[in-house]
Design a protein around this ligand. Structure first.
Ligand SMILES: Cc1ncc(COP(=O)(O)OP(=O)(O)O)c(N)n1
Ligand SMILES: Cc1nc(C(=O)O)sc1CCOP(=O)(O)O
Ligand SMILES: [Mg+2]
Length: 201
């Protein structure tokens, strides 16, 4: 399976409505702190927009809702993974991406037979407090050696100037949040990401 090299992560369907029509082909809906009915509505709207624009939607965390809403890709962290019903996810025909931050987590991720593995934070991130120090580019190469031929996603502190480095060290896709959502011009920055990742598409 091939992932688009530009992996946008946003916290609402409204962001997806705004940015996916610009040509985004891979987006994660990563919602925190909303009630279930709200999240279900967000997933429905995101799914409709992504279908209209041939963009792959990945639902973070809410695997039960993703199955119920007939989505086809979920992303799970290690705690989510430990509690998730992987058989139900597979029976629902969903693909699975898994976060990793150390070797033990990589072992657990690979045991789940995922469709991609993410490594982070490659660089410092301001999005959330993390207990792991930045992994650095050499760590991406080490992950690539263990993960290939599965796609490897780099995440954490990425910006357009760091794209080349992560792909040179074995990443197949670069995931990004704040470089776009906190940018003064999110649309312009999204177009820049699409352009700067074109060589790996
Ligand atoms: C592509 C990608 N990589 C890592 C994460 C982080 O997932 P997780 O560790 O479950 O943390 P939250 O995002 O749920 O806070 C991700 N979402 N996407
Ligand atoms: C959501 C998330 N997960 C990470 C991990 O390492 O698992 S780093 C991260 C934040 C990514 O946001 P930004 O692009 O703004 O740094
Ligand atoms: Mg999670």
């Amino acid at each position: 399976m091939k992932l688009d090299p530009f992996y946008l992560i946003v916290d609402s369907a409204e962001w997806i409505e705004r940015l996916v029509p610009l040509g985004v082909k891979l987006v994660q809906l990563r919602i925190k702190d909303r009630n279930e009915a709200d999240i279900r509505g967000q997933i429905r709207l995101a799914k409709a927009v992504c279908a209209a624009h041939r963009c792959q939607l990945i639902v973070n965390d809410y695997w039960r809702l993703a199955i119920a809403e007939c989505c086809d890709f979920v992303h799970l962290g290690q705690e989510d993974l430990a509690e998730a019903d992987l058989a139900a996810i597979r029976a629902g025909g969903l693909k699975l991406g898994v976060s990793t931050h150390d070797e033990a987590e990589l072992d657990a991720a690979l045991a789940a037979e995922p469709d991609y593995v993410a490594l982070g934070p490659v660089y410092p991130t301001i999005l959330k407090k993390m207990k792991w120090a930045p992994q650095g580019l050499e760590r991406l190469s080490a992950w690539h050696a263990r993960v290939a031929p599965l796609p490897l996603v780099a995440i954490g502190g990425l910006n357009p100037d760091r794209i080349e480095g992560v792909f040179a060290h074995g990443a197949d896709s670069a995931a990004v949040v704040t470089d776009i959502t906190l940018n003064a011009d999110p649309e312009g920055r999204t177009k820049e990401w699409i352009r700067r990742t074109a060589a790996w598409r």
